[in-house]
Unconditional design. Sequence first.
Length: 345
Amino acid sequence: MSPMILSILMMSLATGTIITMTSYHWLLAWVGLEINTLSILPIISTSHTPRSTEAATKYFLVQAAASAMILFSSTANAWQTGSWDITNLTTTPSCTTLTFALAMKLGLAPVHFWLPEVLQGTTLASALIITTWQKLAPMALIFLTINNLSTTILITLGMTSAIAGGWGGLNQTQTRKVMAFSSIAHLGWMTAISPIMMNIMIFNLMVYLMMTTALFYTLILSNTKTLQDTTMTWTVSPMMTTMMMILILSLGGLPPLTGFTPKWLILEGLITQNLIFPATILVVASLLSLFFYLRLAYTTALTLSPNTLQTKLKWRFKPTLPSSPLATLFTLSAFLLPMTPIALL
């Protein structure tokens, strides 16, 4: 793909998301979502393989169905209330339809099956866009309509997503599928806390975006697509391998790393509201996620692949790490825990 076409697609992608995030009319929000979807499709199918074409087709069908459900719910609400205002979504059927449409957009369980397959069929760079930038527009709609959405449905979706994300990632050997189930689990935590404390949900989203971007950055630089590939990253760059291990543990939510902060705050918020059962389910599901994070960290930093050569390091003819952006992302993604009080002010 030529740089000019790629830049046009990326600008259209950003424009669609910004239109949705800044609109107060349902039709404008829907237009932004459609621009966003149509812009990402050529990026998904950029490798020109049957697998990428299949991934783009799946992504289009799911996103088109979710957008149609959003348009249907807003039309039904306007039929009843006479208002197209996003914040004026008052009828119960419209709120329920919108909740499941946004769950489909985000890849929440039980409508999450498309996300691992789409990520596996595209490149690591496209998978990074799908798991980070593509979550902003649906999250903005949840933020705008949260006062009218059902708390019970959102917490239930959060619990099922955390369980599905942890359970589904246990037997995966492809790093893109592992990151897909990681995304499902993290979005489940955000959805569970969204009707209770929206500021913690936004903080969790920011931390998730930083950690996921940093880890995908290292996967792209080391061209790591499978668990077997992670055993070879040490020979490419020992420093990047160490950073990758710390990032994986941070995604798993181990203290004293950054990923522990949002889980700690979410559990505190749920327990404060006397929601003991959802908090317990989320903790148990996080243990499932932690298992495959630890396995990924183990194969990355503590395992050397069988090698017939006597050298321990590959030849490196150029610097393998663009130090500035990756170092900044890594620092924020791993050592932000002491800054939590300032971040929540």
